[in-house]
Write a protein that binds this ligand. Structure first.
Ligand SMILES: Nc1ncnc2c1ncn2[C@@H]1O[C@H](COP(=O)(O)OP(=O)(O)O)[C@@H](O)[C@H]1O
Ligand SMILES: [Mg+2]
Length: 425
């Protein structure tokens, strides 16, 4: 038996811990710092790498890292130096996410399909270029910006304001010291996530996120307001295409460049005219995609995590998935992604339902009460034999939960009803 330390406090981490705790090989699952729904919380923040390492060492833990910030800071390198088992990419491998410039250049030199782009650190030159191209642009800050560093522009004046915002006003600080001007691709977006040991990569189930705050994809971008799995946007042919031309090519090209990518490799994909384009890589699971994916996973996640660490993934069979659909509806506090109230008591959490599970994110537990403690508060996740029934089951559970500022989209998964059946992933 091995214990597990899950680093992070979101819905993604609750779902990873929930899935790992069902493994017969796992003893105690600890969460650092965790939230109001996670068991065995340890009061250590995600950036306190030394403290995390000490805890993992003293408690016989294999460590699983949820968010990007500690990965980009080199948590995996530090643990490895101490001989501690940890799942996730090294600092060098996490550059696929932590520097969009690095990732775009990597894709370009290795022939991985992505939109045309140029890199700038000079606002005047960037604006000249923006005026000279005859297609719409997306302006991206190079570094981590908590999902706020990308501006999708409708015309040249928007592109010029975006350039000013990042390079002149320095709205994203050092993360915006360089920018990418990239061709805007108007297609359908989906998430393709794999698990890799640096040599091979196995697909996780496909999924689709809902990034905008309001129904029908209106309003500002958020961390994600809901997701479902599998998605018809990625049918079997498209899944094969992405697996071969994006995922395997990335893992092998990284290896060729002497960087082993171990961990979850997430490709944000835009499908247009039957072709996939990589919008970005994340060096970790998606949140909320992780929640429905974990609910559909039949195989023991620990086996795949252990094999990723040991470099023995190729000896395992493909991951098996429930044929059911799963849907995660994010319940947020009104005002998110801007300011929102906190410390409101959440009621109706205990209504039991065999088809659903409520993953916590921005919550904390005080004197037996569960209080809101963040913008995205809960991820109500349900399965069903069809996408339609999974949606029904999720919203049935959503209705039972209440607090004064509760807000959610009412159309999570609806986009999936319009597309075809999708792949078996
Ligand atoms: N080239 C592009 N064409 C059209 N939309 C894009 C493009 N690149 C990014 N986007 C949109 O912007 C969102 C955020 O961009 P992304 O590269 O995923 O950065 P991040 O998640 O770090 O904010 C994407 O989910 C997508 O909706
Ligand atoms: Mg993204």
């Amino acid at each position: 038996m091995i214990n597990v330390l899950v680093v992070g406090s979101g819905g993604r981490e609750h779902a990873l811990g929930w899935k790992l705790s069902s493994s017969p090989k796992v003893g105690i699952v600890y969460h650092a710092p965790g939230n109001g729904g996670t068991p065995n919380n340890v009061e250590i923040e995600v950036h306190e790498i030394e403290k995390l390492a000490k805890f993992a060492s003293e408690n016989n833990c294999l460590t699983v890292v949820g968010p990007e910030v500690p990965l980009a800071a080199g948590i995996v390198d530090e643990f490895a130096k101490k001989g501690l088992a940890i799942f996730g990419p090294t600092k060098a491998a996490a550059q696929l996410e932590s520097s969009k410039v690095w990732a775009k250049n990597f894709m370009k030199r290795n022939g991985i399909p992505t939109a045309r782009f140029e890199v700038f650190d000079d606002a005047t030159k960037a604006k000249e270029y923006a005026k000279s191209v005859d297609y719409s642009l997306v302006v991206k800050a190079d570094g981590l910006a908590a999902g706020k560093g990308v501006i999708v522009c409708n015309d040249k004046s928007e592109a010029i304001s975006a350039i000013d915002k990042i390079l002149v006003d320095k709205s994203f600080g050092a993360s915006g010291a360089r920018i990418i001007l990239e061709e805007r691709i108007d297609g359908v977006e989906a998430s393709y996530i794999a698990i890799s040991d640096g040599n091979v990569a196995y697909p996780m189930a496909t999924s689709q996120d809902h990034k905008r705050i309001y129904d029908n994809d209106k309003g500002p971008n958020t961390g994600g307001m809901g997701a479902y799995s599998p998605t018809g946007v990625i049918d079997d042919t498209m899944a094969e295409n992405i697996q071969k031309n994006v995922i395997e090519k990335t893992v092998l090209s990284m290896k060729k460049e002497n960087i082993l990518f171990c961990g979850f490799l997430y490709a944000g994909i835009m499908v247009k005219d039957g072709k996939p384009y990589v919008l970005e890589f994340n060096a970790r699971m998606g949140d909320p995609e992780c929640q429905p994916i974990m609910m559909r996973m039949d195989s023991d996640l620990l086996d795949y995590i252990q094999a990723s660490i040991d470099g023995t993934l190729a000896s395992l069979p493909n991951i098996s998935w429930k044929r059911q659909s799963a849907v995660c509806v994010v319940l947020a506090s009104k005002g998110y992604p801007d300011s929102y109230p906190k410390n409101e008591e959440i009621l109706g959490l205990d209504a039991s339902n065999k088809d659903s599970y409520v993953f916590h994110a921005g919550t904390r537990r005080v004197d037996g009460k569960v209080l809101t403690n963040g913008g995205r508060v809960l991820g109500v996740t349900a399965t069903g034999d069809t996408l339609q029934s999974a949606i029904y089951n999720a919203y049935t559970r959503v209705e039972k939960i209440r607090w004064p500022s509760k807000y959610c989209r009412t159309d999570i998964g609806k986009k999936g009803l319009r597309s075809s059946v999708g792949s078996d992933l």
